[in-house]
Structures are given as C-alpha cells and as structure tokens.
Design a protein around this ligand. Structure first.
Ligand SMILES: [Mn+2]
Length: 384
C-alpha cells in the first residue's frame, strides 16, 4: 500500500501581511504532480487545512481546486482529511457524506457521544486490509459526554478515545492525527508558526501510537519523526515563519508492506516559488547581494551598520520587493536590549520613562516635560 501524507496547509495564511495564496496554489499543484507520478492509493491530510476557522472565499477556492484536481486524476485515489486546531471542525464537515461517495473522507469532529467511534476507512492490497483511523484535533473538553466522570489531560483524552476502538492488531492500522505528540524523553522540534500551549499541557504521550503501523501526524510545522520509525510529522508545505527559513519542505510517500515490516519512507521535495531567507550585513553588502537585479524572495534583513542609514527600507526596497522585516543589530541596539533585559524591570515608572525618553530623543526632558510627566504619574498613582 502506497500513500502520500501531508499536513498543515494553512491555506489563507499570511506571512508578515503578505498573502501566500499564490504560493499555496503552486505548492498544492506540486502535490498533484507527485500524486500523478507516484500513483499512491491514498492521500492523507493531517489537519490545519485552513489557517483560520472562517477562511476567506479565495482560500476555500484554492482548496476546492486542489481536491477537484486530485479527484479528476485518472487513477484510483482515496483522500482522507481531518480538522486541525486551526480549522472549524463543523465547517470542514460540510457535505462530508456526499464527498465520501467520491472517496473523499472528511472528518471535522472527533467522537462526541458514547455511541460514536473514530471514523475509519478501509483499503485493500495484496497483503490484506489497511485500516485508516481519522482522528481530528481533540481537546479534553470535547469528550465530556463520553467520559463525564473524569477530568482528562490531552494525553488521556487521546488514549481513552483510541482504547474504545478495539483495534485489530493482526491488521495493518494507520492513524491520521493532529496533536502535540511527545514522550520517552523526546519533544518535537517546533518553529515560530505553530500554536503550542506553553507548559506542555497539550502534550500527548507518543506511546499511544505504538499500536499503529504508521502515524500520519500534523500540528508540528517541521518535518520529523517522533518516537519511532513509523510516526511522522510531515511539516507545512511552505515556510510559515522566518524561523523555517532554511527548512526544506517535503511531503511523505509511505510504502506499507506486510504486517510487521517497517514502512519505507520517502520524502518528496517541494520547490518553493519564493524562498524565505534571512540576510545579515551592512546595507551596502545586502544591496550588492542581488547584483543589480530585484530579488523576489521573502527576506528578513538584519542591518549591522554602526552608522545607520536614515531610510533603510526605501533603499532596500529598490532591490528587494518582498521585505518581511528589517532589524538593526549594532552597538546602539545591543545596548538597548541590555537595558531592556536588566535594568528597566527594576526601575520605578518615573526612572524608566526618563531612560526611554533619553534613548528616543537623545536628550533629557525639559523642566516643563518633567513636571507634566510627574503629574501624569501622580494621577495614575505611579509616583512615590
Ligand atoms: Mn498547523
């Protein structure tokens, strides 16, 4: 059985106010090309189809085009997709029964009631049946009606749900899931673009995946395996933060052989129509990098000039037309950072403002300004 695993499309996501719809359309077109070439039996999409619960009309169109293209390929293909934490489970479920007749299986909501079970899709190959368990993003609060007596952790919620499934371990079983799996001393490598609850309360113990022959995971935006050779996060289809600038984006082709044999994993590369890059240097060095051309990549620029140009953005925009941010790293900004880290926290509001004013204006306050500040602080009860 061959299937392709992708996740975290985040259609409609913006990168520092730039719409990424064109890039996303191009990336999904490449997924279609891979499907055409590799001829998998299934495509699994492990959540975060859209970036927001109420995606724009344009975002919905991009996904609609993608599904239509896959459906139009002249090959037997089953598509399974689940909701991630960014999706609206109920909206995603729209027309699911109709689409299921076209072998497009959408699961927005996890089981909510006693009698409901995790949705499964069964496919056959020469070695027999493969069961796909489609478990969308789960929070303990969703399961109040199934486990009314208990206050569950994220980890317990997922484990208890799967325990009710009576999974037949003589068959090959594949889980599609969208959670923060960690455990056995391992925590996935995150980036700046996924939402993770600080403190790790949303962690799900990776042990619950043991029963599966492959786990197609979503939620973490960097491609990686977790726990063992059969549990994979495939990561996003495009770098969704500057922290992913050097990441290679791929989707995963899984070849599942006989029961008990480790799956063969192949990463299929995606070419970025526009790269996300970090550049660092003096303004002259950075301008010279493009060798007189206009660079269309998304760039985060760190300027290191000690003597700062007066309008750096205007200068840089001549050679770079997709600037994400401009940062300055020199003696002045490092000093500001040090001040911010150490001193400001312990200062009284009056002193803190005096420092701030001095840094901003390069001079002390006049007597009139000083009096005004004291008055304002007194009114607010911030003056001793
Ligand atoms: Mn995501």
């Amino acid at each position: 059985m061959r299937f392709i695993h992708l996740s975290d499309l985040h259609i409609g996501k913006q990168l520092h106010h730039y719409s990424l719809l064109e890039e996303q359309r191009a990336m999904l077109q490449q997924v279609v090309e891979h499907v055409k070439k590799e001829k998998p039996e299934a495509v699994l999409i492990a959540g975060d189809i859209y970036d927001t619960p109420v995606p724009s009309a344009e975002a919905i169109s991009v996904f609609d085009e993608f599904l239509t293209e896959l459906d139009g390929l002249k090959q037997q293909l089953t598509i399974c997709l689940i909701a991630g934490n960014h999706d609206s489970a109920r909206r995603l479920d729209y027309a699911r029964e109709i689409l299921a007749k076209h072998a497009i299986h959408i699961v927005g909501m996890p089981p909510l009631l006693q009698e409901e079970r995790v949705k499964t899709v069964s496919l056959q190959d020469a070695y027999g049946e493969v069961m796909f368990y489609l478990l969308p993003f789960v929070k303990p609060a969703y399961l109040k009606k199934i486990f009314p007596e208990e206050s569950l952790s994220f980890s317990d919620a997922v484990r208890r749900l799967l325990e009710r499934e009576d999974i037949d371990v003589t068959k090959r079983n594949v889980l599609v899931s969208h959670q923060f799996f960690a455990g056995g001393g391992e925590v996935p490598v995150t980036s700046d673009s996924e939402v993770h609850v600080v403190g790790g309360i949303d962690n799900v113990d990776v042990g619950v995946l043991e029963v599966f022959d492959y786990a197609a995971l979503g939620h973490i935006h960097r491609s990686q395996k977790i726990g063992s050779e059969k549990n994979y996060y495939c990561g996003t289809i495009f770098p969704y933060s500057i922290s992913e600038a050097e990441d290679e984006k791929t989707i995963i082709l899984v070849e599942l052989g006989e029961k008990g044999v480790e799956p063969v994993i192949t990463r299929l590369p995606l070419r970025l129509p526009r790269r996300v890059r970090k550049l660092r240097g003096t303004i002259e060095e950075i301008l010279a990098l493009t060798m007189g051309e206009v660079c269309h990549d998304y760039v985060s620029i760190t300027l290191t000039d000690e003597v700062e140009a007066s309008r750096p953005r205007e200068l840089l925009e001549k050679n770079y037309d997709h600037i994400l941010e401009i940062k300055i790293d020199n003696a002045r900004t490092r000093k500001l950072l040090e001040l911010g880290d150490i001193e400001t926290e312990n200062l009284a509001p009056y002193e803190a403002f005096c420092n701030f004013f001095l840094e901003l204006n390069g001079r002390e306050m006049t007597e009139v300004e000083d009096t005004l500040l004291k008055e304002v602080l007194q009114e607010g009860g911030d003056m001793e």
